[in-house]
Design a protein around this ligand. Sequence first.
Ligand code: UDP
Length: 250
Amino acid sequence: MSAYEKLYEGKAKIVYQTDDPDVLLVCFKDDATAFNAQKRGQIVGKGEMNCKISTRLFQLLQAAGMPTHFIDSPAAAQMRVWRVDIVPIEAIVRNIAAGSLCRQTGLPLGKVLPRPLVEFCYKNDALGDPLLTRDRLQMLELAAPEQIQTMENYCLQINEILGDFFNECGITLVDFKLEFGIVPPTAGPTSPFAAGTLLLADEISPDTCRLWQQSEDDPQKRVLDKDRFRQNLPDVEAAYQQVLDRVTGH
Ligand code: UDP
């Protein structure tokens, strides 16, 4: 996949070093996992589709002034990004009740929330990514209080930008997960960001968002995201392709 040294391999991506110590190469894989990797499989073409969808969404957010790790996409399933230290927090933004919010609160699937909900989970597979209270977040010192406040502000801004954009594509943004990173103290002269800057990182794709097709009322047919894989619904690849086609205007 790359001549460069592998830095890290995750469930859906491999990260390589490059000639520039400030720049990493992310290769998106077709591998899919769910339920904390208890369910494993492949979604053919997912690597390319998720990279292209993420690229489009990062470009949209950058154009709106959001600081992100995205540099460019030199090949179909590859993305160059600025090196960051990932904050071990998964920020979840919800507009409509689904998934763990329904399981944990009893809210019915599809209930429109009175206002967007931002939640923080501990990014820790061994613990099952538990939901954290604000006090636990402070106690664990996973990020400085100002950084957590900035993350929350960015989450709400990103939700507005992406929600409007998906709406124009005929898709409802139900919920999504974001990860952030901090520019390391070693950042060199090629980096446009000062050390300590908080950047949006990771990916934004049907693996990390719940996306419902607005022209479909059927609760199974409308699903255009990884819930198709989680729930063993057919046509997973076609759903991802549909999202790609719509966000790239095809
Ligand atoms: N999500 C994610 N990675 C995770 C957990 C959640 O990308 O490790 C996304 C998920 O795809 C959904 C949103 O975050 O769009 C909210 O997920 P939820 O907490 O409802 O968890 P789930 O139902 O997947 O257990």
